[in-house]
Each structure stands twice: as C-alpha cells, then as structure tokens.
Design a binder for this molecule. Structure first.
Ligand code: SF4
Ligand code: MG
Length: 295
C-alpha cells in the first residue's frame, strides 16, 4: 500500500487523461473532488488510459466517464455491477471501476451490490453518496438521514438510512472503505488501495450535494469526520470493523474499515483464471456445431 505522504497529488500531469469536454456539475459539488481523486489515483498507479474501464449508472455523478479519457460505459440506473461483472469476466487484465450514486447503488441496484460482494469479483466500486437524488431534483434517497426533508418527504423521512459499510461487511466484501470528497488526497489513497486490492473494493464517499442536501454539508462533515488510519484500528478485524461502521454522530470515521485477501471469483474459474477470455483463440471452435447445440 502507498503511504499518504508519498502521494504526488497536486504535482501530477493530468493531460493524458483530460477530456475535451468539462464537467457540468454544480460549482462546489463533491463530484469535482471525486473526479480529481480518481485521475490522481490512475496516474499514481501508472495505469494507461486504455487499461482502465469506468462503468457508471444514472445520476449526476454517473456522468463522470464522459470527463476522463479512459474507456467508459454510461449504462442504466442500478446496473453498474452487472456490466462491470461481464467486463471483469471477459478481461481480467483491465482495471474496472464502477461509479454510482447512493440511489443507484443502494436503491435499485442493491441486489447486484450484495451478490457482487459475496462473489468477491475484482471490481472497485465508487459510490458517490450524497444522501439525495440530485439529478431528479432532490428527492430522499436510501441513505438520507431520518428526518431529512425533501420534495418527496416534506415532513421528514421516517425510514432509517441504509448503512453501506455494515451491509458490505456482512455481504462478504474484502475491502470496505469510506472517503470524503472534501479530502482529495485521502480519497486518492483509498482509490489507489482499492485498485491494488484483489477482490471487491467498496469506496463509499461522502459527496456533498450543495444544491439539494443542506444537512450534510462540507461544514457538517468537516466537524465530524476523522481518519481511521490515525487510530489503532486493525483492518483485518471484522468485529472491530462492525463497531467502527456503527459510529455516527459527533464523530464519523473515514478510511479503510476492513481489508483482507480471499480468492476472487475469477481466480476460482479455471476457464479464465490464467488467460483472459478475450485473449483465448476461437479458430478451432466449430461455431456451426455450437449453434446447432444451443440455438
Ligand atoms: Fe452535484 Fe447535487 Fe448539483 Fe447534482 S445537483 S451536480 S449532486 S451539487
Ligand atoms: Mg445521490
């Protein structure tokens, strides 16, 4: 793992990764910090643009693949992980990063989230968690705090919010972390560590929506968050990770809650464990016979 102090953030050359079009997110949106951290991480990792695939869903943050020059797939709402799974099984040499908002990941895409974690597919999943549906103009989301008032819950939401960290810990994720869009350097390191990790890596990110979430603001987070790395937290201790994941209120942890190595889904499939599917020759395959058998 890289050390936070060793990161060259701020001195990096973004040119090879810059897109000609510029983000149209609101000024101050946390997504700007996430895009910056992602570019930093890809450069720190020495990844060539053509070796990275970013898959997104639908939402403000899911427009991100348009503004970074890697391979990108802007898919449909809630289906980031099925697309990323297909790409991962077809070519395990690619670095595959899924990007979704909290509505996308923890609402409509919740089933895919759980099943992808229990398979330990080697995918980095970045969730831009702003506690609101931003693109559709500010409705309550699965991670909105109890009592949160929005156009869909004007009297305050009654449901308790989903806790993505405990959910990931109980679903078999092997790398579970939380970042903050207002701390780009720390977030860069989390993304680097998530990519280096072999297996499913969740990076849930506090991403202030300056337009529709007036509760969880930069000021609100700055007062509360601290870094787990600056405590004695043991990232291999699942029980300790659950305890930290339940911490909420005046002090909220960011950083890596849990990080262990386990066999990945791809490494357990003999057909693709060594040679990626896309590199396997098909010249000696009798296509007609296959078609007769299956069609
Ligand atoms: Fe960002 Fe919110 Fe604006 Fe969407 S609506 S771009 S999430 S600040
Ligand atoms: Mg959202």
């Amino acid at each position: 793992m890289v050390k936070l102090d060793d990161l060259e953030v701020g001195k990096l050359d973004w040119d090879p990764y810059e897109h000609t079009s510029k983000p149209n997110w609101c000024p101050g949106c946390g997504d700007h910090g996430i895009l910056a951290a992602l570019k930093n991480a890809i450069i720190e990792l020495n990844e060539k643009p053509e070796n990275v695939l970013i898959v997104s869903g639908i939402g403000c943050g899911s427009k991100l693949p348009h503004w970074i020059r890697t391979y990108g797939f802007h898919g449909v709402h809630g289906r980031v992980l099925p697309v990323a799974t297909g790409a991962r099984l077809a070519n395990h040499k690619l670095t595959i990063i899924g990007i979704a908002g909290d509505g996308d990941a923890y609402g409509i895409g919740l089933g895919h989230f759980i099943h992808t974690m229990r398979r330990n597919l080697d995918i980095v999943y970045i969730v831009e968690n702003n506690g609101v549906y931003g693109l559709t103009k500010g409705q309550t989301s699965p991670t909105s705090s109890k009592g949160f008032k929005s156009i869909s819950t004007p009297e305050g939401v009654i449901d308790i919010p989903i806790n993505p960290i405990t959910l990931a810990l109980s679903s078999g994720a092997t790398f579970v972390s939380r970042g903050y869009a207002g701390d780009v350097k720390h977030l860069t390191k989390l993304i680097v560590d998530g990519v280096v990790h072999k297996g499913f890596a969740l990076i849930d990110i506090f991403q202030p929506c300056v337009t529709y979430n007036h509760l969880n603001t930069y000021k609100w987070y700055n007062k509360r968050i601290y870094r787990l790395e600056e405590t004695k937290h043991d990232v291999t201790d699942l029980e300790a990770a659950f305890v930290k994941a339940e911490e909420w209120g005046n002090k909220i942890p960011t950083g890596i809650f849990y990080n262990v190595e386990k066999p990945t889904y791809g490494s357990e499939l003999p057909q693709i464990a060594k040679i990626p599917l896309v590199k396997q020759g098909i010249s000696n395959v009798n296509i007609e016979k296959l078609m007769d058998e299956f069609v």
